[in-house]
Design a protein around this ligand. Structure first.
Ligand code: ATP
Ligand code: MG
Length: 320
């Protein structure tokens, strides 16, 4: 028989929904039984646990067929250190990670961790990347909901699809990114088909309000003006992204160039050549310069070339 202590811990971990702890104790019980010479019982316990575990892990990847192409699932490996942002934003991201990791502690005091996050900002400033970093840091899958497809392709069925997505959010803890969120979040009065969009938006608001899952819901958009005020209240955090300042540009360039960073560089030139570019554009210019260095068998990027690449990006941006 399992020890009294094991039984008590097993029951406690069940009620506090600490499934990992429950598994560990149950395995200890199996080991204890084997030690006592109860081999058959130990074997039975282990096979129950193995079966439960494999069902749990396959469930994470199993989407209803209707959602194929609407939700893309991946396991990102983007480290937090790669994300360049102002200290204040970084602190708020750290807080999301910290509260998520301590959700059981907060729950035991009747509090919930922040888990509904809205990211707003211009293209290429790290919104999608942030969702990847969150998933990586929390060892969760990143499930990207293709909001534009959800709305345009299945206009009449959008609310039904949303319900299925929120069921998935409840069943499979993960990071759920509603990218291009403005497709549903658009100001109600601005839509051509006002009735339909209002229904979609209302059901989204209801779902997000009712959601009590352990998942992290991230919505990202470029256009704050398009967003409905009622939406803001439903989020625990609204984070504003901006193109990088001088310090951000320097840190980003150093990060991306890595060992290809030139030893002699006039920062003043590079800083002004990269002004008004987004993180994504600077990242791309640096990678172009590194490629060139590799093809020319150089160990470092040539400063003049980097400046040229940045200039090209800026000119391309001005033409758009
Ligand atoms: N803050 C950042 N720090 C470091 N790299 C960044 C940052 N933002 C963007 N990048 C680089 O640019 C790429 C594209 O960025 P990302 O997809 O996150 O932009 P976004 O804000 O989601 O843009 P969009 O609004 O167009 O979806 C990233 O994969 C990364 O390489
Ligand atoms: Mg994005």
């Amino acid at each position: 028989m399992a020890t009294a202590e094991q039984l008590k811990t097993l029951i406690k971990s069940h009620f506090s929904e600490e499934s990992e702890r429950f598994f560990t104790i149950a395995l200890q019980v199996a080991a204890h039984e084997a030690h006592q010479g109860h081999g058959a019982l130990a074997h039975d316990i282990r096979s129950i646990l193995d079966k439960a575990r494999s069902e749990k892990s396959t469930k994470v990847l199993k989407f209803p067929a209707e959602l194929h192409g609407l939700v893309l699932s991946e396991k990102p490996d983007t480290p937090k250190a790669a994300l360049i942002m102002p200290g204040s934003l970084q602190t708020r991201i750290e807080r999301i990670i910290h509260e998520f990791r301590q959700m059981h502690k907060l729950k035991s005091h009747g509090l919930t961790h922040r888990r509904k996050i809205m990211l707003i900002g211009p293209p290429g400033t790290g919104k999608t990347m942030t969702a990847r970093v969150l998933a990586h840091e929390l060892s969760l899958s990143l499930n990207t909901v293709q909001v534009d497809k959800l709305v345009t392709k299945f206009m009449g069925e959008t609310s039904a699809k949303l319900r299925q997505i929120f069921d998935l959010i409840q069943l499979n803890p993960g990071v759920y990114l509603f990218d291009e969120f403005d497709a549903i979040g658009g100001e109600r009065s601005m839509d051509n088909d006002v009735g339909e969009m209002r229904r979609v938006l209302n059901s989204f608001l209801q779902f997000i309000e009712q959601d009590k899952s352990d998942s992290l819901i991230v919505a990202a958009t470029n256009s704050p003006k398009l967003l409905d005020r009622a939406l803001y209240r439903r989020f625990d955090d609204v984070l504003y992204y901006k193109i990088p300042d001088t310090d951000g540009r320097k840190r980003l360039i150093q990060n991306v160039l890595g060992t290809f960073m030139p030893t002699k560089l006039t920062w003043k030139d590079i800083v002004s050549a990269s002004e008004s570019l987004s993180h994504a554009e600077i990242d791309q210019s640096c990678k172009d310069a590194v490629k060139q260095a590799i093809l020319e068998d150089l160990k470092q990027v040539q400063p003049a070339l980097l400046k040229q690449m940045l200039k090209e990006r800026r000119e391309a941006g001005l033409k758009e």
